[in-house]
Design a protein around this ligand. Sequence first.
Ligand code: AMP
Ligand code: MG
Length: 521
Amino acid sequence: MEKLKASLLTTALKPDPVLNNVPRQVPDAAYSLVEPIIFKNREIIHVTLEVAKYLGFTEEYLELEEFKKMVTGGWVDSKNPSFAMNYGGHQFGQWAGQLGDGRAINIGQIEIDDASQQLQLKGAGPTPYSRRGDGYAVLRSSIREHLCSEAMHHLGIPTTRSLSLALTGEQVMRDAFYDGNAAYEKGAVVCRVAPSFLRFGNFQLPSANGNDSLLRQITDFTIKHHFPQIKSEGKEKYLEFFKEVSESTLELMIHWQRVGFVHGVMNTDNMSILGLTIDYGPYGWIDDYDPDWTPNTTDNQHKRYRYSAQPEIGLWNLWQLANALFSLIDDSKPLEAILNDYKTQFVKKHLEMMRCKLGLTVPHDSDVDIIADLMELLPKVEVDMTLFFRELARLNSTINDADAFEILSVAFYDLDNLSINESKEWQDWISVYIIRLKQESAYAIKRVELMNSTNPKYVLRNYMAQLIINDAEKGDYTLLEQIHEMLKDPYKEQPNNDKWYAKRPDWARNKPGSSQLSCSS
Ligand code: AMP
Ligand code: MG
């Protein structure tokens, strides 16, 4: 395995000197050396060929035992120590102290041109950060991570990627619905790939422990390797770093809102320092447009991480990062200015994004109202977000109101029960929109292209992931492969996949796993 090199982190920073996996506090180190479990009956189920190729693996290599060892655990190399990272985090708004990679093990990095990609196994056994967990992952949650990271990438959304999905050949006990019915499930390992897996929590923990020198080391390391464009020194350097993190976090939030993705657990330990979507747990996609929806059953009471709150939570999380970096900067004013800028930029970028979704290529004063009216109207009755925006591109400036409504009607979950008032409100909005399109008539083709590259046709709805899981648990991976393939081109018309361009079926409305999920994984 010549490609896999020691991770930059292990070459730059000293590890925790204790070498065992007993759950414990690690106050003064950024990571601990850990070896993955060697699963005797491991079996690779699926490889993302595109990622494999990007990493420089030939198709022949993917068949070798060496590759299997690498992506399932078992590749041990003293020059290349594997490790689990130490980080803390705010969980559901409360400081939770040390968390760390409880079941993720970094196995090294691969250099590609002048970039490097870290490889990380999720579910390959316990670490000092496993706390009360077992260090393993089950097939259902691993399928969800494997597929969704690829779906996000192809939607053009920054994300960690997934090289492979494998069965460990061992059973793992889980209480999937948190209802006291624990049962054995198949264990699995995903090999994740990203330039860095550092999270806000990696900076928060040394700061909370009052270890300024470790905080400075980690921050300097991050800037040197992942933000090489930052050339300034001292305070300025750290401020520029924070500004970049703030900007990439905002970009990510705009992307999630655009496609209707709800992360579900936006704790600060699940916030990537590179603005990537990371840690796919009880995430979900909006079916009917409901700003209050969260896919996470644990969050049902307060709905902290509901769809509409994500941009605000992104900002709240950045406040926590700012607090963590404060001792390096020692001046709150410029940090606050960056955080305030997030708010003004959000308004601007959200409007731009919505203009793209509606195909309003030439900005007009009335756009703000058209968008606000639509956002108010959408949640009043159940309207499918993906279908609605995709179909909207089929309207044009000469269509009559009735035909327009007919086109959009496929997105309504319960058209028959629309009240006269609701119907009128929709008719009114559609008329205003059609009149607005007259100002776009010179750009009709551009408008449709813009809308169809902003509004995906195919997304990984929860019920689809659940159907894939049901089959995979029986050893049938056909659907997994089909949907993986389909999600590679989410904006393109794929007539063969018409059946996946549809509203969530009724049976999936309130079915656990298909509507909402617990954090059990
Ligand atoms: P999450 O918010 O789901 O990303 O995870 C929160 C924390 O719990 C992280 O520190 C994870 O590493 C840890 N964790 C989750 N599941 C397990 C598990 N099965 N074994 C050990 N640690 C886990
Ligand atoms: Mg996590």
